[in-house]
Ligand binder design. Structure first.
Ligand SMILES: [Zn+2]
Length: 340
């Protein structure tokens, strides 16, 4: 997104949690749904394909190395870490804007871009490289020149002057088709990549980017990116990554709900973020519960088949008919429960 259109991250509601009884939580659920979140994390996940995108061949040529990393600079990155403290608190995760992006986050976004065939997207991991950003702005002819040399120029100017390397702000810039990351959180990286996939399919990319400036419009853009990130994680990620995605992306989306309410950092904003934390953790816990249920069922099934195999071996020795029907189901269930 252009700086004015930059999104730190966002999220959606997959389904209405059952335990919500507080009015402000209900209100937030409604706002999330109104923001386009009803289709959140719809499955099966739809991977993107290069044939469905409107991209620039000039930009593709410039994107020889898709992911680049800035050189570590202890003093600079420490200042950046300090500037990122408010966002660390808001999302309650010390990896947010820590300016030290690990291999897990890099692998996550690299896999996402490859599997969605987003080959002209650039990713800068804690990197300040405005010269290349200006070149990418000029080369990205998939965005109309009218938008690129007005709003697009302002966005890159903002990235040049208010350097994310210092001030943070994970975002996607549609005018340069570049993801800028300063947080070591895979789900944040996937959310920003989700923006790139959303824009890749658009014909009127500049207009779509400009629409972000309209009231409440960010809720739609952010929901699209978060829906895609969650759907991808639920399809491709492990349980911990999935739980993490809910815990991060829900409160992140809450920041947009709070901003849409127009309360600045007032009570509406705080309530929205806290509501996102609560809802995200409810979803994460439900995932964990589902995984435990599935593991229990698997153990139960395994135990119910093991005696049968033993029976088969015994029967082979004495040539007696198999004793499938002699299995005591009650005893099997009990043994499954006792298994650690
Ligand atoms: Zn976003």
């Amino acid at each position: 997104m252009p700086q004015a259109v930059v999104a730190k991250c966002g999220c959606c509601i997959r389904q209405s949690p059952r335990e919500i009884d507080r009015p402000w939580l209900t209100l937030m659920s409604l706002l999330m749904a109104v923001g386009g979140l009803s289709g959140c994390a719809s499955l099966p996940y739809q991977f993107g394909s290069a044939g469905a995108y409107r991209s620039s061949t000039d930009l593709q040529t410039l994107t020889s190395q898709q992911i680049e990393r800035g050189e570590p600079h202890q003093a600079l990155d420490t200042v950046g870490w300090i500037f990122g403290i408010p966002n660390k608190i808001i999302l309650w995760d010390w990896r947010v804007e820590n300016h030290r992006i690990g291999s897990r986050t890099e692998t996550a976004i690299a896999d996402y871009l490859a599997k969605n065939e987003l080959s002209s997207v650039k990713v800068r991991l804690n990197q300040y490289h405005p010269g290349d950003d200006w070149r990418r702005l000029a080369a990205n002819k998939s965005v109309g020149a009218g938008w690129r040399y007005t709003l697009g120029t302002l966005s890159v100017l903002g990235e040049t002057i208010i350097a994310g390397r210092v001030f943070g702000g994970d975002h996607y810039n549609p005018f340069t088709n570049t993801v800028h990351l300063y947080s070591d959180v895979p789900s944040v990286a996937l959310h920003e990549a989700g923006h790139s996939k959303d824009f890749a399919r658009r014909t009127w990319k500049g207009t779509y980017a400009a629409a972000y400036l309209l009231p409440f419009a960010p809720l739609y853009h952010e929901a699209k990116a978060t829906n895609d990130a969650l759907g991808y994680v639920l399809t491709e990620g492990d349980l911990e990554t999935q739980r993490e995605a809910y815990r991060i992306l829900y409160p992140a989306y809450g920041t947009y709900v709070g901003s849409a309410l127009g309360g600045g950092m007032g009570w509406g904003y705080v309530a929205s973020v806290l509501g996102g934390h609560v809802l995200g953790r409810i979803q994460a816990n439900e995932l964990e519960q589902q995984a435990e249920d599935q593991a229990f069922q698997a153990r139960l099934q395994r135990n119910s088949t093991t005696p049968a195999m033993t029976a088969s071996t015994d029967n082979a020795a004495d040539s007696q008919p198999p004793r499938w029907t002699a299995v005591d189901e009650t005893r099997l269930a009990e043994s499954a429960i006792e298994e650690p």
